[in-house]
Design a protein around this ligand. Structure first.
Ligand code: AMP
Ligand code: MG
Length: 406
């Protein structure tokens, strides 16, 4: 049986196999800063400017020539420079310039003293503290030079990248078009919230989480609803999905016992990659192709569907979108209780990460971890990745949730 039971492949192998199979979309758009949020840069961005674009003052104070200053020097004030209103005259030898934050420092002046370190009289400015040469000036190009790469291709544009682009005066960028993903839930027992439940029926919850995570990844979602366990309807829905989406995500119908419809359809319309991954929750997880579109079959159990999407599908969709795929941030935390591992499977339990009164990063469990118990996920802020049993006080690997679930 090896490490993984019944032919299940390891999480890392599954991820590597999927990532090797997919390529970024090759359609490009030019978008303005106003609409760029969430898109992936198709090419690196070079700076068209030096940053700062001119020498300017970092303080409200007085600019002068360092080598003209001595203890006790009184420097007459030759004029004033504001941000956006440079001083146009000359600053004579021995004089200084009143200068505001962001105002251009005229050529020749090399030092700014903050106004709090001066005393001012009719005769001029006396420094109450010895200045440091070149102090309080933000020099042209000290951060970025014209032509420097400021953002790599594959960067996703977010709240930190937009101001950088704006600072450099860049008004539009080349991005890859957003992905479009079709989703549907399968199961005769599934009902829409808001409708009454018959005997043995439950509400479809999986699509709500998947659609929300897709939205946070700037992926357009074609939501095809609930499809009963009926081969003809499943076939029609798969064909509808491949006609208009880059990838298809289903939930349910991939576990042993009811896998046949989906597996047969996959065999007929495309190919099956793998069918089972050694993880908990979520061992039933299918990957394949339907008419050249990538297919991800999530398990039906709500927590399993959510976690397999997060751990296995998210990185693959990021690559398809053209985003630079980063390895998730994982680090050891002190277990505040016993964590039991699942045999032969990587166990992604739900935990609460915090800092205790000794400053240690500690993690506790959210309680019962059943694969249908969504409440354990709602209060969590991290995965606890349990490969072996972990005693209280030992360390265990944790992975804080990223932005797509928050
Ligand atoms: P399956 O993978 O289809 O065998 O489903 C496994 C379990 O998940 C069963 O208890 C299903 O009723 C449940 N389930 C399947 N799909 C969903 C869904 N979309 N929302 C909530 N529960 C589901
Ligand atoms: Mg089912």
């Amino acid at each position: 049986m090896g490490c993984c039971d019944k032919g299940a492949i390891k999480v890392q192998e599954a991820l590597s196999a999927m990532l090797a199979e997919v390529t970024p979309v090759e359609t490009f758009n030019t978008v303005s800063l106003a609409t760029a949020f969430g898109h992936c840069l198709a090419e690196e961005v070079l700076s068209p400017l030096d940053m700062p674009p001119f020498d300017n003052s970092a303080m409200d104070g007085y600019a002068f020539r360092f080598n003209e200053w001595q203890e006790g020097t009184v420097m007459p004030v030759a004029g004033i420079a504001f941000a956006g209103q440079p001083f146009q005259g000359d600053v004579p030898a021995g004089a200084c310039l009143r200068i505001m934050t962001g105002a251009e420092v005229p050529a020749g002046l090399d030092t700014v003293i903050m106004q709090e370190q001066t005393s001012v009289s009719d005769a001029g400015v006396t420094l109450t503290q010895a200045p440091k040469p070149k102090a309080n000036i933000r020099y042209r190009g000290e951060e970025i030079r014209t032509g420097d790469v400021v953002l790599a291709a594959g960067t996703r544009i977010h709240a930190r990248t937009l101001p950088l682009l704006a600072t450099l005066g860049i008004s539009d960028v080349k991005v890859r078009r957003p992905l479009k993903v079709a989703i549907f839930s399968t199961g005769d027992e599934l009902k829409l919230p808001g409708t009454p439940l018959g005997q043995g029926e439950i509400y479809d919850s999986n699509r709500f989480g998947i659609e929300a995570m897709l939205k946070r990844m700037n992926i357009e979602c074609l939501n095809l609803g609930i499809i009963p366990d009926d081969p003809a309807q499943l076939r029609d829905t798969f064909l509808q999905a491949v006609a208009s989406a880059d990838a298809i995500i289903t939930s349910g119908g991939v576990s042993v016992g009811e896998a046949d419809y989906t597996r047969d359809l996959l065999a007929e319309l495309g190919e099956v990659g793998f069918w089972s991954v050694a993880m908990k929750p979520g061992k039933p997880f299918a990957f394949g192709k339907i008419k050249e579109r990538h297919f991800f079959g999530l398990p039906g159990n709500p927590v399993s569907a959510f976690i397999t999407f997060y751990q296995l599908v998210q990185p693959v969709l990021r690559k398809m979108a053209g985003e630079h795929v980063q390895t998730p941030l994982r680090f050891p935390a002190v277990a505040s209780q016993f964590f039991r591992s699942a045999k032969n499977r990587t166990d992604f339990q739900r935990g609460i990460l915090s800092v205790n009164d000794r400053g240690q990063i500690v993690v506790s469990s959210t309680g019962a971890q059943g694969s249908g118990m969504f409440s354990s996920l709602c209060v969590a802020n991290c995965f606890v990745i349990v490969d072996n049993d972990v005693a209280a006080g030992e360390t265990v690997l944790v992975e804080p949730f990223n932005e797509i679930v928050n």
